[in-house]
Structure formats: C-alpha cells, structure tokens
Design a protein around this ligand. Sequence first.
Ligand code: CA
Ligand code: CA
Length: 84
Amino acid sequence: MTKFTTFAAAVAVAACPMIASANTAAELDANQDGYLTLDELQVAYPDMDGDQFTLLDLDANGALDAEEIAAATEAGMLPAPNEG
Ligand SMILES: [Ca+2]
Ligand SMILES: [Ca+2]
C-alpha cells in the first residue's frame, strides 16, 4: 500500500489543477478556488468597487472565472498589476 500511496501522491501533484492561462489571476486567487471575488481583486486593485465588479462578473455569480478575467483584461478593465 505504501507504494500505491506514493504513486497516488505523485499523480495528485502532477495533476494539480491549473488556472486557465492567467498567472496573475492565479496569484490573486487567495483561496485557490479558481475564481476571483471582489475581495481578492481588491488586493491588487484597491480602486475596484462593487459596480465595476458587477460589470466584469458577466454571469453575476459573485466571482470572476477565467473567461470573465480574460474578457476584462482584453477590455482593458483589469490591467495587469505592476510586477515589481
Ligand atoms: Ca478565489
Ligand atoms: Ca462570474
């Protein structure tokens, strides 16, 4: 069983879910659930308010998924934070 457990752990690491295409979004995703909430966005974008967030949250589920983040970025509404 030890061998199997080790193998399973290795697979789990290799299969670690990736957030689609957005490193920045992944970094902002504090709880790593794959979605950015207003609170998470405000860490990088303190000026983001509820009205802006509502505009970005296309399906109005209270969180931005990868598609919504990509759309917001393309629209210039979610500028990449300065990278040092
Ligand atoms: Ca999150
Ligand atoms: Ca959404």
